[in-house]
Design a protein around this ligand. Structure first.
Ligand code: SF4
Length: 617
């Protein structure tokens, strides 16, 4: 069913996927941009799933990647019809939620409850029902099924089709998934236990019959850590106090009122931040906060447990009242209780942190706690353009030592890409903070490169913080990625940049642009990396390094060096998307020489001249 003439390395890659499936194993694959990983993973999986009555869950990080899988599915199944379906959450698909700012901020669980209520009300002919669900129930939706199975739409195309007919796309997809051999879903649908159970139920399959494909897998370890981490902010405590004024104060235990408890927690949070945090964050000794609470209220640990449990129960009641009013079933009192329940029960896989925002944070150090579920699948394949060192990925995710690991180089001509580095600047944290002249030098490099070429250039900074510090005036159209920029605004800006002939875009390494956007042909010809994107030495990061030292004996290599290499390669990977692209990268950091093994580096003493020579050659 392979729809193309195989390119360089594709026959070998296809073979790897096939043998992994037949051996019921796990595969980690690094293959450069343009090697056609998606189609190489998909075709053998579809063949195997059909022959052996298995189902495929293909998880992606972005909508663009999800679309790519659907496009490849259409190519593969041109002759043999196999049905595959994209899935996204209610936040993207529910037409009622889309127009409601309050509901748009809801978690999948909260939105699921809202949806269940609306559907129930619809069946009872209540005004608070859902007109889209009603249309699903009263019209002939078999036509939608036929159209979907014939056209294999992307999630946007299906949503559009349903919108024109007044139908609910989410409910349609839920029904369609039962027939799908392949489901393409965001990471959260597989790695969040609540959503995974929901997905497997919709698919009507056990996890042991799932062939899992993880796309852009380099994201998974950090994603898994964040899924298991949780914060308690000053705002949450303030909202909890507001909830008390709205729903009434109660005594939790030992004459401690909810309002008093929240007020005291606010004080403890601020006091802890002032005492421990000098820059970004700090570790808190294991029982410090519990002891503070107990001494403030003069209570025992048993009473503290009782207070926490009662707050959770009260929070559940608040949620129920809100739910009955058709509001988002959220309780901040519940959030405070749930956070403290976890805080008082964490083990050695977590650390307790206070940061400058201020927030308390329970940070998960071990991604395998959320990602290790991949071992329950029939087989799993993990692929990305940047996964080195592969053993770090295997160990972090918790895959078995027998996991097959392979790395393939870029299939495109080597001479079309040049990587330069300069030897007289760095963004090393200690040097940057001490020496203002380093910033000036970096600014001069950026100005000279950007102003000397009528080519599209992206400047990748290691952080938004450093980007803001720079004072750079350019005689060019300048585009700047803002921190937390809305997705649509970001996409519009990128499309406008791509149309330029000599535009400059300021972005960050490890961000949405460096990780997932294609810049084919002349839409991008030079990438400037302002320093190497080493992680900031925060308390959280040091704890992670220490944990990996204890667990694998490779703290620095796994948590400092590996992420920096991956982020660098992701930025450079934007440049060459096919065999005709010609482009160059410049790394403004002397530490780049440590990456000689991973990058074909050329030191330059005159970067503008060397770039000109390369483009004229
Ligand atoms: S049935 Fe569909 S449209 Fe109605 S609330 Fe649920 S997701 Fe939204």
């Amino acid at each position: 069913m392979f729809p193309y003439t195989p390119r360089k390395y594709q026959a070998e890659i296809l073979d790897l996927f096939r043998t992994t499936l037949h051996n019921r194993g796990h595969l980690i694959l690094e293959a450069g941009t343009g090697s056609g990983k998606t189609v190489c993973a998909l075709e053998p999986a579809l063949e195997f799933a059909v022959e052996n009555k298995k189902r495929i869950v293909y998880v992606t990080r972005t909508n663009a990647q999800q679309k790519q899988v659907i496009y490849e599915l259409r190519q593969i199944t041109k002759k043999n019809k196999i049905f595959g379906c994209p899935l996204q959450g209610r936040r993207n698909l529910c037409p009622l939620i889309k127009d409601n700012p309050e509901l748009l901020g809801g978690t999948p669980e909260e939105l699921s409850k809202i949806c269940t209520d609306r559907k129930r009300n619809t069946l009872g002919n209540d005004k608070k029902g859902c007109r889209y669900f009603k249309k699903n129930c009263t019209s002939d939706i078999s036509k939608v099924f036929t159209w979907t199975k014939n056209n294999l739409p992307t999630v946007e195309e299906l949503a559009d089709y349903c919108k024109k007919r007044g139908l609910c796309p989410y409910e349609i997809i839920k029904l369609l998934i039962n027939d799908a051999i392949l489901v393409v879903a965001p990471y959260i649908y597989f790695f969040d236990p609540f959503l995974r159970q929901h997905l497997l139920e919709m698919m009507n399959v056990g996890i042991e019959d799932v062939l899992l494909i993880v796309d852009e897998a380099h994201n998974l370890p950090e994603y898994a850590r964040s899924l298991k981490s949780i914060t308690l902010s000053l705002n949450t405590l303030k909202f909890a106090e507001r909830e008390v004024s709205e729903f009434g104060d109660i005594e939790t235990a030992e004459k401690v009122m909810v309002s008093d408890f929240c007020a005291e927690m606010k004080k403890i949070l601020l006091r802890t931040k002032n005492e421990y945090v000098s820059e970004e964050d700090a570790l808190i000794p294991p029982d410090e906060i519990e002891s503070e609470i107990m001494s403030s209220f003069k209570i025992s640990s048993t009473k503290l447990c009782k207070i926490i449990k009662n707050m959770i129960i009260y929070g559940e009641l608040v949620k129920e009242i809100k739910r009955k009013k058709g509001k988002l079933p959220r309780s901040y009192i519940h959030s405070v209780g749930a956070f403290l329940l976890m805080w008082t029960n964490v083990d050695e896989h977590y650390v307790k942190i206070v940061n400058s925002k201020p927030e308390f944070e329970i940070y998960c150090l071990d991604p395998s706690l959320a990602a290790g579920v991949v071992n329950e699948c029939f087989s799993s394949s993990h692929m990305s353009g940047t996964l080195l060192p592969l053993d770090e990925y295997r160990d972090s995710v918790g895959l078995p030592s027998a996991t097959r690991m392979f790395s393939f180089p870029s299939p495109f001509p080597e001479e079309n890409r040049k990587i330069f580095f300069v030897d007289d600047v760095t963004t090393r944290y200690e040097e940057l903070s001490k020496d203002e002249a380093v910033i000036k030098k970096l600014e001069t490099y950026i100005k000279n490169i950007c102003n000397s070429f009528q080519r599209n250039i992206i400047v990748f900074f290691p952080s938004f913080e450093l980007m803001k510090k720079m004072n750079i005036s350019l005689n060019k159209n300048l585009y700047v990625e803002g921190q937390g920029m809305h997705q649509q605004e970001l996409m519009n800006m990128i499309e406008s940049f791509k149309l330029q002939k000599g535009g400059v875009l300021f972005s960050v390494a490890g961000g949405r642009i460096s990780e997932g956007i294609d810049f084919p042909g002349k839409t991008l010809e030079i990438a400037v990396l302002v320093g190497l994107p080493y992680p900031k030495p925060t308390a959280k990061h040091k704890a992670l390094q220490n944990y990996y030292d204890i667990k694998f004996g490779k703290g620095w290599e796994y948590t400092v060096r590996a992420p920096a290499i991956r982020k660098t390669l992701q930025c450079i990977g934007r440049l060459i998307r096919d065999e005709n692209d010609k482009a160059a990268a410049v790394i403004l950091d002397k530490r780049a020489r440590h990456f000689r093994k991973q990058l074909d580096l050329n030191e330059t003493k005159n970067v503008v001249k060397d770039l000109q020579t390369f483009f004229n050659s």
